[in-house]
Design a protein around this ligand. Sequence first.
Ligand code: ADP
Ligand code: MG
Ligand code: ZN
Length: 623
Amino acid sequence: MANEPQDTNNGDKRPTSGPPRIGTGIGALVLVIILVTVFLPGIGKLLSGSPEEISYDTFKQQIVDDNMLSVTVEGDKITGVFKSALSGSDGSKDFLTYLPSFGDPDLLASLTKSGVTILTRPANQISLFTILINVLPFVLIGWFLYTMYRRTRQQGDSIFSVGQNKAKLYRKTKEGVTFSDVAGIAGVKKELHEIVDFLKTPERFRRLGAKVPKGVLLVGPPGTGKTLLARALAGEANVPFYSISGSDFMEMFVGVGASRVRSLFRDAKAHSPSIIFIDELDSIGRHRGAGLGGGHDEREQTLNQLLSELDGFEQNDNTIVLAATNRPDILDPALLRPGRFDRRVTVDRPTLKDRAEILKVHAKNKPFQADVEFEKVAQGTPGFSGADLENLLNEAALLAVRKERSVITMADVDEARDKILLGIERTNFAMTEDEKKIVAYHEAGHTLVAVNLPSADPIHKVTIIPRDASMGVTQMMPDHDQHLYSKNYVLDRITVMLGGRAAEDAFIGDITSGAESDLREATRLARKMVLDWGMSLRLHNLSLGDERQDVFLGADISRRREYSERTAQQVDEEIKSILDKAYEKAAAILKDKSAALKRIAEALVEKEELGSKEIMDLVGTIA
Ligand code: ADP
Ligand code: MG
Ligand code: ZN
């Protein structure tokens, strides 16, 4: 299904399809060889005509009758050739008989007497050929079975292993990651430490009658280190650690997922104390009966099995189930019930301090110039996840390599951040002088409005260098992480966004399509103010939004509007009123400070990029 939400950050995925089946031809060849070898002796006999076996009596009589040409004695076995074929035989002159076990002392005498050629050979003479004939079939069969076995093992998904536990088993010695590799998120680490403690000394907890949670759910946005934490736990806990991704339970056949769950829990319990880690839990744990496309029998069965396994823990099963997801909102409520994943640990985007620490962890094996301050980099990267920060340093290193430097400088880090946030510079993108001027005024408009509004974020940099996503950018950078947005802050933000369009209108005398994304974002914010935050005048303190509007979240297909037509009209009016007022305010500021706007725009046309200090200089002199 195309609508599966998938976090691609999953490092433990195993290839599900095996290597191409080149072995089939070899297998058939082996079979032919085996058949030929097994039947070769028989075939040989058929071709050469086997000697006729006769009784010892007849043999003696033929000596007496002088019908014997030659005799070969080989231990007990006597073969030979008659002068003429016996009557009643098929015409063959060859014969075979055996010496009686009690022996025949007269045999030699009677043979010599009749003048027969006598050949003797030692008994049990084994030729290389005999060995080959006898042993080769077994060797070949053994080899054939072994290759079959190995191939099915490699394919992993062959019919023999369907329904088997596919979890990877980690041992401490193998997994190099420890808690020290996970920077920040101290609260989460403490929580996981408790789990390690419990597995080491369960009595300590039981003495006080405390039950340690059987299921711990790590919840957080992608790239915040959930999988990393689990791997670190595997390294620290020193117990068998079964790691599996939710999607590994899924197979073509119905019922396979459920049986995989069963076998995983059976294995883990057999090796208790142990930890089971299910990454991307949302791919099996999704709200039952939700979404488009009818029933998902397979997923539901798998989920039901998981639920009953979670319930099936005995008090003395020292097995803890850890799971991770970035979509807690779509999990089936039954999973979150006490006794199952009852403990929920939130792994949030890193704070300023945590970002600096994460940067330092990932900077360890990279040469940085002494002037690189990770605290400063952390300040410039609000909202970045751990994975983003890792990527940032990697991009910086790549840039340094491109410039053939041996250390990474602060400029590299800055450039890498711009590349990530704003897109790659489009070097061969030619703007006409007119366009350049329009973009310069547009960006100068954003900048000047921002500088003149008390609640707006400080300007970090303004550029009219065209990039992937835009022709120009005004970059604002909050000086601290923000968790709450005040009405004034949001209003100022909308005003800054409309400042670009206002500047175009006032100083170019026309408006352009360049304001598209500004308008979209401003409208989105205004809508949120009215519907979700109760920040409009007429509809204040009312929540009219329905957060569960997404079909894939398990709600209805269309967004259910829970207010009347009249309110809907008011909503529209309020949104428009917010946007209109913000636009007027922006236009007023620009009119008031038109000299400063002109200075900024001209400086932009000339230099294409202005830092925060240059801007403050341009704004500061005359109003
Ligand atoms: P998630 O599973 O939450 O989506 P991952 O655990 O896969 O995220 O994180 C991706 C990568 O980001 C990790 O391999 C690690 O290099 C980096 N990372 C994320 N969070 C941290 C952190 N707190 N400390 C160090 N590295 C981190
Ligand atoms: Mg992950
Ligand atoms: Zn703009």
